[in-house]
Design a protein around this ligand. Structure first.
Ligand code: FNR
Length: 342
């Protein structure tokens, strides 16, 4: 295993966990759902199933990309995947780039498939990788889907990060030729409408908007870094609510995943109301598995499911599609943001 690279994976987990305690705003507090006082529905009728990159999933949220590439993160992957297996959730691994040339590192990702033999496993690579690497990443996990991450802000801050960002050709090639569907995702800075227009021309259909308000890779890399201060980028990007609102005109072109600072069942429901088909959760699940182990994470996941059912019941929505019809109002900041995009 490449020790420097493996150490970075451990640092990401350690700093993300420390950061989790400082709650940042994902913007969803600026979205208020209007109640339905005559729901005309039985709680037994609620169907939580939805689509994740064209695959049917029984739950509208999943474990997003975080872990793998070191001994510590292998153990975390194993625990996350065990919780996913017990609750029927899909799960993404962290970036597999460290494992492309290292069987020892590959094992730290393959533990996810071992725990989830029948479940949906999502591989992950940076968008700098081409078709050859993408095929290898999928094969490594027998993955059902592949996430390609766009993380220019993180890379530019990292002392050992990339400084050249020519990703469009890779994305087009991988999306067109890989045997499994591809989700293009951010890592917590949000995807802009201009980028969505570009992704459409590249043939992308599945996008994880991953906005600001949760795990903050500008802050994480700034804490790892000693020679240069890039904290000016700590608040860069779009919040989860902003990137979702900005994505609304593109709902016919893409199926969206919402992520970034999702901490509650109400956050999840609001993302679905704003137009996401499903929701990715990283920091909250990492925090829970580190503090409360597999059993604690299973309890949290089951609680979230029950709460989503309860919220859908009082909103009078039978299924995830009907959530899109729920009326809502936006607080002045978010409304102004939305109006200025027009
Ligand atoms: C991440 N994230 C991430 N994303 C990705 O595409 N590839 C990766 O390797 C990683 N690595 C990673 C490590 C750790 C420790 C965390 C917490 C997160 C980003 C993640 O998938 C997600 O997009 C953001 O973290 C925002 O969601 P949360 O954490 O606010 O729920």
């Amino acid at each position: 295993m490449d020790e420097q690279h493996a150490h970075r994976k451990d640092e990401h987990v350690f700093i993300a966990e420390k950061q989790y305690c400082q709650v940042a705003a994902n913007g969803l507090e600026q979205v208020r759902l209007l109640p339905n006082n005559l729901p005309e529905i039985s709680a037994a009728e609620i169907d939580l199933s939805t689509q994740l990159a064209g695959l049917k999933v029984e739950t509208p949220f999943f474990i997003n990309a975080m872990s793998g590439g070191s001994k510590q993160t292998a153990r975390i992957n194993q625990k996350l995947a065990a919780a996913a297996a017990q609750t029927g959730l899909a799960m993404a691994t962290g970036s597999q780039s460290i494992a492309l040339n290292s069987p020892a590192a590959a094992a730290s990702f393959q533990t996810v498939r071992q725990e989830l033999p029948q479940g949906i496993v999502i591989g992950n690579l940076g968008a700098g990788h081409g078709l050859h690497d993408a095929k290898q990443a999928v094969k490594m996990l027998n993955a059902d889907l592949l996430e390609l991450h766009l993380n220019a802000v993180q890379e530019i801050i990292m002392p050992e990060g990339d400084t050249e960002f020519f990703w469009s050709r890779n994305i087009r090639e991988v999306v067109q030729q890989l045997a499994v569907p591809v989700i293009v995702k951010e890592v917590g800075f949000g995807i802009s409408p201009q980028t969505l227009k570009k992704l459409k021309t590249l043939g992308v259909h599945y996008v994880d908007l991953s906005g600001r308000g949760g795990t903050n890779f500008a802050q994480i890399e700034n804490q790892r870094l000693h020679e240069m201060d890039f904290s000016v980028l700590n608040d860069f990007g779009l919040t989860t609510a902003e990137t979702l609102v900005a994505s609304q005109p593109f709902q016919a072109d893409f199926s969206f995943t919402a992520s970034g600072g999702i901490r509650t069942s109400l956050d999840i429901v609001k993302c679905l109301v704003l137009g996401a088909d499903n929701v990715g959760i990283a920091g909250l699940f990492l925090h829970t598995v580190l503090k409360e182990d597999i059993a604690g994470l299973v309890t949290l996941i089951n609680t979230l499911k029950q709460q989503i059912r309860a919220i859908m019941t009082v909103l009078g929505c039978h299924n995830i599609k009907e959530l899109r019809q729920v009326p809502y109002v936006l607080a002045p900041d978010l409304l102004s943001f939305k109006e200025q995009l027009k």
